[in-house]
Ligand binder design. Structure first.
Ligand code: DAT
Ligand code: MG
Length: 140
């Protein structure tokens, strides 16, 4: 058994479209537990820390601007290999290329040159998950 935690975000596009429930439904239907849940409009300082690995890339500032444009749902999920499992549920980064059956493939579409709307974020490794959970839920 490898019980893990992962940090999931329902991004401003998904939140504004009322897809938070649908994302949570898929997480729970898979069998992962919700360990923490908060709705917040993140400030740019938090997003610079969250996306530190992408600092300096051409899409970094547009990404931070998009992510701070409205409320997001921040969720800590728990379960057996849930980091890899949620990434599989989310699908490929580009929602047009993401396979049907995935969150991004079923529900996403828009991938502009600057603003990317791919509905969800999910941690990509145990190290990222613990780092990101610390940014969004310092009390955990
Ligand atoms: P993921 O969210 O699938 O983990 P990532 O960590 O590589 O993808 O990138 C974080 C976010 O940045 C991604 O959800 C959307 C945006 N992004 C990534 N690559 C991009 C690119 N080449 N052009 C524009 N935006 C990009
Ligand atoms: Mg990533």
């Amino acid at each position: 058994m490898t019980t893990e935690r992962s940090l999931v975000l329902v991004k401003p596009d998904g939140f504004a479209r009322g897809l938070t429930g649908e994302v949570l439904r898929r997480i729970e239907a898979k069998g992962y537990r919700l360990a923490a849940l908060a709705v917040t409009t993140p400030d740019t300082d938090r997003l610079h820390r969250h996306y530190a690995e992408h600092e300096g890339k051409p899409f970094f500032e547009p990404l931070v601007a998009f992510m701070s444009s409205g409320p997001v749902a921040a969720v800590v999920i728990e379960g057996e290999r849930c980091i890899e499992g949620f990434r599989a549920l989310a699908g490929a980064t580009d929602p047009t290329a993401a396979l049907p059956g995935t969150i991004r493939g079923d529900l996403g579409r828009d991938w502009g040159e600057k603003v990317q709307k791919n509905i969800v974020h999910g941690s990509d490794s145990p190290e990222s998950a613990e780092r990101e959970i610390g940014i969004w839920f310092p009390e955990l």
